[in-house]
Write a protein that binds this ligand. Structure first.
Ligand code: ADP
Ligand code: MG
Length: 349
């Protein structure tokens, strides 16, 4: 059994009742909603604004960010060109791509290599979304593992920004792309002084900004990692600018001989991460970081994952195989469990 890609790690529960009990004001906002695809995933937007509807501009920006900078499928994106040049010299990239890569590599170092954006070859080898996915041969895994490693990315920022990759390296920004999308969306929406509040979900990464007219918190639902697509683990009540990302073993996977093989790889083994966790949700102040941290924590496991979150002043929800839900102190009050069969515990530093 395998799940297709357009599945939300987080589904959104958004109260769309604009106005209603809200106090009338001169600049009463309208609510606009849009649901479409970009960055290879489902995008949903709810925007409260007294000005023009910016929803399609956000969508265009996401597509442009993917096509111009991030995509490893597009040969003429910055990452696509750097990958093609691997082992043959440096590729010129946009300043934005340079900034994304710097933050990404810092996360690789801070996570002790658990987060590694150079496993493009391994991701394609596993191809868990293929029609008939299967466990790859050990030899091939070992070879690609040897050719990967974040320290094989060399950034040159003096003059025109350049990226140079060692032979065999293939950058894959799948673990931060949707978070970067949220950062870009936030920048665009924050420039528009008429926008009073917004929720943008790019697959499993969600951005909340500002507030609803009635000032009630945004409700972002976390998916039940062992439920159907519509079933929720619980709801996060959030206020203002936040970035929430979830990584789980239920997103993209196949089952062979009773074992689940999913899309988050352990850079130390080349096999799907096996840290005892089935889902990690991270809440932080930056989209790229929250997205990257959720992947890193999934690989590291709860103990080391929680330490990494502390370092980044981020909060998190860790769900383990025993259906135990560990919530960091700063999120305890915001999280309401709704699924049955799970038990919540506080996770103190
Ligand atoms: P999703 O893309 O489903 O939201 P993640 O944000 O956790 O989930 O990203 C998983 C993707 O990141 C994989 O599909 C793969 O492209 C890439 N990836 C897999 N393992 C790692 C890892 N250890 N570090 C960095 N990127 C990874
Ligand atoms: Mg991620």
């Amino acid at each position: 059994m395998k799940k297709k890609s357009l599945i939300l790690a987080l589904s959104l529960v958004i109260s769309t009742l604009a106005g209603g009990c809200a106090r009338p004001s001169v600049q009463e906002p309208e609510v606009y909603q849009l649901s479409s695809t970009a960055m290879g995933t489902l995008v949903t937007e709810t925007i409260y604004t007294a000005g023009e509807n910016p929803a399609s501009s956000v969508l265009e920006l996401l597509t442009q960010t993917e096509d111009q900078y991030l995509s490893w499928r597009e040969e003429d994106s910055d990452i696509g060109r750097a990958n093609l040049q691997a082992g043959q010299g440096a590729a010129d990239v946009d300043g934005k791509t340079m900034e994304y890569l710097k933050e990404t590599l810092q996360l690789s170092r801070d996570s002790g290599g658990a987060f590694d954006p150079t496993m493009g070859q391994l991701t394609r080898l596993w191809d868990v979304e293929a029609a008939n996915p299967r466990i790859p041969g050990r030899k091939k895994i070992r070879q690609y593992l040897k050719e990967s490693g974040y320290e094989k990315i060399h950034l040159n920022d003096s003059g025109t920004p350049q990226v140079e990759l060692e032979e065999g390296v293939s950058i894959d920004l799948g673990a931060v792309g949707k978070g970067i999308g949220c950062d870009e969306a936030a920048e665009l929406l924050q420039k528009d002084s008429q926008v009073q509040g917004a929720v943008v979900a790019v697959g499993g990464s969600v951005l909340t900004l500002g507030s609803k007219p009635d000032k009630s918190p945004w409700k972002v639902a976390v998916r039940d990692p062992r439920g159907t697509q519509e079933e929720l683990l619980g709801v996060l009540n959030l206020v203002g600018e936040t970035y929430v990302s979830t990584s789980g073993d239920y997103e993209k996977y196949f089952v062979q001989e009773g074992k689940r093989y999913h899309h988050i790889l352990d850079p130390f083994t080349g096999y799907p991460a096996d840290s005892g966790l089935i889902s990690v949700t991270v809440l932080g102040k930056d989209g790229l970081i929250s997205d990257g941290l959720s992947t890193a924590c999934f690989v590291l496991g709860m103990e080391q994952g929680a330490e990494l979150l502390e370092q980044y002043q981020a909060e998190g929800i860790f769900v383990d195989e025993k259906k135990q839900v560990y919530v960091t102190d700063g999120l305890m009050e915001n999280f309401e469990l709704s699924a049955s069969g799970y038990v919540v515990f506080p996770l103190s530093p």
